[in-house]
Design a binder for this molecule. Structure first.
Ligand SMILES: Cc1ncc(C[n+]2csc(CCOP(=O)(O)OP(=O)(O)O)c2C)c(N)n1
Ligand SMILES: [Mg+2]
Length: 545
């Protein structure tokens, strides 16, 4: 087998079913090996989108997604996706080509040091220099990508090594690994802290959304009965309809949920990852924070836990619940705040203003998307509103990026979610700015015959930056643009398109789009005056007691 055949056989051995990307001439041996394999090559229209898709595969399944690009320009286009997976802790394997390394017949044409470029963006970046090392390097790449804290790995396969005949080496078989559970002494200490707390609160962070954790985490919360809130990326980790859900910390301070946070004397922070915009700010006067995580906490100016429970989170939480269940008479000390917090958050959701408010849009989306439906957000102003107002009931049903927070990932992540979940409703929500950053992938979605609805919120502006500009006291300048006719644009790709024209038009438009199937773009204007009215003026006046 040559280097390319060895790599494809090693990928099959890892259970890889599809690879996303754009090959170049340096990958042609890999393409040929893929043609003869079980693995499907899914072409995208930009490598960045391929990386977003592969990362989302990792995020949703816990198993690395794989993307492929050529050398130089193709590989460089993967870098934003690499950073997205690195900050978001999403397992992903990137394979890129390179000119031959044994001879240099094209001099330096297109040659960029991609391994060095990828090093700070990945957990591991290696050039493959011999077919013999392919099976072990691929196994290692998958192990490293998948292990806590998960992330991206890069392998560079030069074209001559891809073509070089090697021995038929068998791939290294994967085996299950059970990470260590928190030790007894740490469990006892954590239990004591929680039993002594007068006003405990649970916070679910990004790592709480790891797919394999959903059950154990939900059981823990149900057993200890302490109210919980989540960070943006912790949304949905425990059923959001639970009577213990007290809100989402979409802002760092002063939101209604901070009324509970500010009164808590102990926050049991499960899986918080400080890549997220801080859900609250720790200060010298408290509260005490107990970090529960796969890995020790990272200490920041605004986050410095005083106690830690480190180990495989699911089984560790079960042992912790065994110690504290039925011993927490004060568990619900803060639950009385819940109704008021949630009532404030729900304000404006029923309003029939035209254009619709973000609160109304969130409500209409929630109506059209069943509990197990998946909403994938791009980055823009609406992300704060969805994080704050959208109620989740099933783990990983609101995919948003509060880590790299890059524009352009909404559509590709929704494409991946739709590929993995053909029976569920999947919706991408994008701003008119972010959608245009990877809108070419509409063709990919159409070609893959996906059922996917894309909701574009139109304000003819980079709205979030415009909002910041206004709240920081700058004059309105430089952040507006013209849009294409989105309905015609969708139709040009062979997708369907519709425009919301009335205050009550969004929910039926979404319902019709889902019911019709295929790829469907729905465009609605949005009234962003609420950004200042609620998120600035109202919350500034919101006295946290
Ligand atoms: C790739 C990238 N470029 C720039 C930014 C900075 N940024 C964050 S939100 C935003 C505006 C988003 O505009 P749009 O997609 O139209 O959403 P809106 O806020 O208008 O709803 C910008 C420019 C970013 N996060 N990512
Ligand atoms: Mg916009």
């Amino acid at each position: 087998m040559n280097g390319a055949e060895l790599i494809v056989s090693a990928l099959e051995n890892e259970g890889v079913e599809q690879i996303f990307g754009i090959p170049g001439e340096e990958n042609l041996d890999v393409v040929e090996a893929l043609r003869r394999s079980r693995i499907k090559l899914v072409l995208t229209r930009h490598e960045q989108a391929a990386a977003f898709m592969a990362a989302t595969h990792g995020r949703l399944t816990g198993k690395p997604g794989v993307c492929l690009a050529t050398l130089g320009p193709g590989a460089l286009n993967l870098t934003t996706g690499a950073a997205y997976a690195a900050l978001g802790a999403m397992p992903m394997v990137m394979i890129t080509g390179q000119k031959g390394i044994l001879s240099r017949k094209q001099a330096r044409f297109q040659v960029v040091d991609i391994v060095s470029t990828m090093t700070p963006l990945t957990k591991m970046a290696r050039q493959i220099v011999s077919p013999a090392t392919v099976p072990s390097l691929v196994r290692e790449a998958f192990r490293v990508a998948q292990q806590e804290r998960p992330g991206p790995v890069h392998l560079e396969l030069p074209e001559d090594i891809a073509r070089e005949p090697g021995q038929d080496i068998a791939p290294v078989p994967p085996h299950p690994i059970d990470p260590p559970i928190a030790p007894r002494a740490a469990l006892d200490r954590a239990a004591e802290l929680i039993i002594d707390a007068k006003r405990p609160l649970i916070m679910l962070g990004a790592a709480a959304s790891r797919p394999r954790l959903a059950d154990a985490l939900s059981k823990f919360v149900a057993r200890v009965k302490i109210p919980f809130f989540n960070t943006q990326m912790g949304k949905g980790a425990v059923t959001g309809g639970s009577y213990l859900y007290i809100g989402t910390a979409a802002l760092s301070e002063r939101d209604y949920v901070h009324r509970a946070i500010d009164q808590a004397d102990l926050i049991i922070s499960i899986g918080h990852d400080t890549v997220e915009k801080p859900p609250f700010l720790m200060g010298p006067d408290g509260p005490t924070v107990l970090h529960v995580g796969y890995l020790p906490a990272t200490v920041e100016e605004v986050f410095f836990p005083q106690a830690e429970l480190v180990g495989d989170v699911g089984p560790s939480l079960t042992l912790l619940a065994d110690r504290i269940e039925h011993k927490l008479p004060r568990a619900q000390a803060l639950l009385g705040l819940r109704d008021d917090i949630l009532a404030h958050i729900a304000e404006g959701a029923e309003e029939s203003r035209w254009p619709p408010t973000p609160q109304r849009i969130v409500r209409d989306v929630r109506q059209a998307v069943p509990e197990d439906g998946i909403v994938c957000l791009d980055n823009g102003m609406y992300k704060i509103w969805f994080a704050r107002n959208y109620r989740t009931h099933v783990a990983n049903t609101l995919l948003l990026d509060n880590a790299l927070a890059t524009m352009g990932a909404g559509l590709p992540s929704a494409i991946m979610a739709a590929c993995l979940n053909p029976g569920r409703r999947v919706l991408a929500v994008c701003g008119d700015g972010g959608f245009m950053m990877n809108s070419q992938e509409t063709e990919t979605a159409v070609r893959l015959k996906l059922n996917l609805v894309v909701l574009v919120l139109q304000d003819h502006a980079y709205g979030m930056i415009r909002w910041k500009q206004a709240t920081d006291g700058f004059p309105d300048f430089g952040l507006t643009f013209g849009d294409p006719d989105f309905v015609a644009y969708a139709q040009a790709y062979g997708a369907k398109g519709s425009r919301v024209e009335t205050a009550d038009g969004l929910a039926p438009a979404l319902e019709a789009a889902f019911a019709a199937g295929g790829v469907h773009l729905v465009v609605t204007p949005v009234d962003y005056s609420e950004n200042k009215r609620v998120l600035v003026d109202e919350l500034r006046a919101n006295k946290v007691t």
